[in-house]
Design a binder for this molecule. Structure first.
Ligand code: PHE
Length: 356
């Protein structure tokens, strides 16, 4: 093979090398110890001095050309590899955020938000109170004096007696927030108080810690018609139905007079509960007109002020709305349960966008 065709051959291989490994193979096959160019160099020894001089010079030129081509190709390949990597690692910051795959919003948090939104729209503010309550706020001020039988129904968690003989309790309902609000705010009062409550009780529908939402409206002319309208509006918005029938059942709570438990109509077709259709009834909350003794304990004049209150189980309405069968699972922190019943953080139902 002539030197020219050897050169063409090698340069063509250099140009065709598609990555650095292929290029290295071309280098070894040409300039390596046993490469084509090196083999030609070895032949020089057998030549006559004049011939060797000319052939040696030509071979050196070829060697330089090949080395130069190899390094130019290498630089080009590195450039190409970098461009490919930059292209593959590019982040388009204008794309929407990828949804969070890991965490979910707990159904109680979700329902809590929904309820706050609905009552917020109706002009209610959110009020809070402590989980550890004194006897006055949890019982006495709510018209449950020390020997009142209703105290027994609450399965209360008591703390150890203090030196003065009093005992703190884990609040058994959110109703103490009624008292705290009346003592700290002037009417008109329009609040809801969502929060944790505690009773020593545990089965499919009871857990020692659960969530309630309290409602309280105090004004000079607030009457049962307002109570009925507010709760009807709430039920329609919360369960996302055009209408729902409500049944007011006479009941008894020490802190309201009269007291009513409220049922809404539903059907149980196919073992699934549907709200607002059907002839079955489902109890969803306790309510009534605030007892004059409670208004008095709240520091207000019952001959001037009146109003209504209600209390609803938040976990219970979460179970009803989202078809969750067992309350105990709410508080077991089982990831499989949370993934199944939880809401994706960026896709939670909202009032504006439709709740579910
Ligand atoms: N506190 C009551 C309960 O826990 C509910 C309730 C609140 C009833 C307000 C009437 C008025 O069962």
């Amino acid at each position: 093979m002539s030197l020219e065709s050897l050169e063409q051959d090698i340069l063509a291989q250099v140009a065709a090398a598609s990555d650095e490994a292929a290029l290295e193979a071309v280098r070894i096959a040409s300039l390596g110890k046993k490469g084509a160019v090196s083999e030609r160099m070895k032949e020089l020894g057998a030549m006559a001095p004049e011939e060797r001089k000319a052939a040696g010079a030509a071979l050196n030129v070829l060697k330089d050309k090949v080395a130069e081509a190899l390094s130019a190709r290498k630089a080009a390949l590195q450039e190409l590899a970098l461009e490919a990597r930059l292209a593959s690692e590019k982040i388009d910051v204008t794309l929407p955020v990828r949804p969070l795959q890991q965490g979910t919003v707990h159904p109680v948090s979700q329902v809590w938000e929904e309820v706050v939104q609905i009552f917020g729209d109706l002009g209610f503010a959110v009020a809070e109170g402590p989980h550890i309550e004194d006897d006055f706020h949890n019982f006495d001020a709510l018209n449950m004096p020390p020997e009142h039988p209703a105290r027994q129904e609450h399965d209360t968690f008591y703390f150890n007696e203090k030196p003065d003989g009093t005992r703190m309790v884990l609040r058994t309902h959110t109703s103490p927030v009624q008292i705290r609000t009346m003592l700290s705010e002037k009417p008109p009062i329009r609040i809801i108080a969502p929060g944790r409550t505690f009773r020593s009780d545990s089965d499919m529908t009871h857990t020692p810690m659960f969530n309630q939402i309290e409602g309280l409206v105090i004004d000079e002319t607030t009457h049962m018609g307002h109570l009925k309208w507010v709760l009807h509006e709430f039920c329609k918005a919360f369960f996302e139905v055009d209408d729902v029938k409500m049944r007011f059942r006479a009941s008894h709570f020490p802190f309201t007079e009269p007291s009513m438990e409220i049922d809404i109509n539903c059907s149980w077709e196919g073992g699934q509960v549907k709200i607002g259709v059907g002839d079955s009834w489902l109890e969803i909350l306790g309510s009534g007109m605030v007892h004059p003794n409670v208004i008095k304990a709240g520091g207000l004049d019952p001959s001037k002020y009146q109003g209504f209150a209600f209390g609803m189980g938040l976990d219970r309405v979460a179970m009803l709305k989202y078809g969750i069968p067992d309350l105990r699972a709410f508080f077991e922190a089982d990831l499989r349960w949370l993934r199944h019943y939880g809401f994706k953080a960026l896709q939670v139902p909202t009032l504006a966008g439709g709740l579910s």
